[in-house]
Write a new protein. Structure first.
Length: 236
């Protein structure tokens, strides 16, 4: 994917990692960057093109695609984090996570796929998480949705290959954003993550593992579950 000269649309482009993607794309020479948000007035990056988009509203998705017919790069970044746990988390919170991360990402990708095809194929970058591969009981709703989004991303990668659309997944641990404000563990600078993801995209990578934690967790997927969940050690 050629970043210089690209026309990009970043969902959730008004804050956090999304805002950093908008800045990094402009810095890398993108010809135009649509910064999508429920409230486009909240977009603060000079040079960005604010556009209204609620990824959980199909009508809003169609309207955005109708307005942004020149897109060659779609960055599916918009997300939610309800903090719902596995045993007592509200089922409505699980529905919110899946409506956003899974169905919202799928709807945006499906709707923009013909746009990308008409413009030469282009690329899709899906922001996933290390929590696509490992989960915590206290935040199970988010992890479950991200796992499903990972599966959707793999299917999109295969389905869109025929039209020449590259699909890249970003897996990353905690970042210094509002979503992780309560986290006390070390956090990455989202500006660095955005640049790393775009570099991987430009190299044609199927996956970008932005930190050592993501690399370690992925390596542990082939092992017994106790390798990722030490709480299970000795429970056989």
């Amino acid at each position: 994917m050629q970043i210089e000269g690209a026309v990009a649309l970043v969902t959730g482009g008004n804050r956090g990692l999304g805002e950093q993607f908008v800045k990094a794309l402009l810095d890398a020479g993108a010809a135009k960057v649509y910064a999508a948000a429920r409230n486009p007035a909240s977009v603060r990056v000079p040079g960005a093109v604010p556009i209204a988009l609620d990824i959980t509203d199909p009508a809003s998705v169609r309207a955005a695609a109708g307005q942004a017919q020149d897109v060659t790069l779609l960055v599916n970044n918009a997300g939610s984090s309800t903090g719902a746990a596995i045993l007592d988390g509200a089922l409505d919170a699980y529905r919110t996570e899946f409506e956003t991360h899974v169905l919202g990402t799928l709807d945006v990708s499906r709707t923009f796929a013909p746009v990308l095809a008409r413009n030469g194929g282009g690329a899709v970058l899906n922001v996933l998480s290390v929590l696509s591969w490992v989960t915590l009981p206290d935040t199970a709703a988010y992890s479950a949705a991200k796992s499903a989004e990972w599966s959707v991303t793999n299917a999109l990668r295969v389905a869109l290959a025929e039209q020449g659309t590259q699909v890249t997944a970003l897996h990353v641990g905690y970042m210094d954003t509002d979503m992780a404000a309560a986290v006390t563990a070390p956090k990455l600078d989202p500006a660095d993550v955005a640049r790393t993801a775009l570099a991987g995209l430009a190299d044609g990578a199927h996956e970008v593992l932005a930190d050592d934690l993501s690399k370690q967790v992925k390596a542990g997927l082939a092992a017994d579950p106790a390798a990722l969940y030490p709480q299970l050690a000795g429970t056989k």
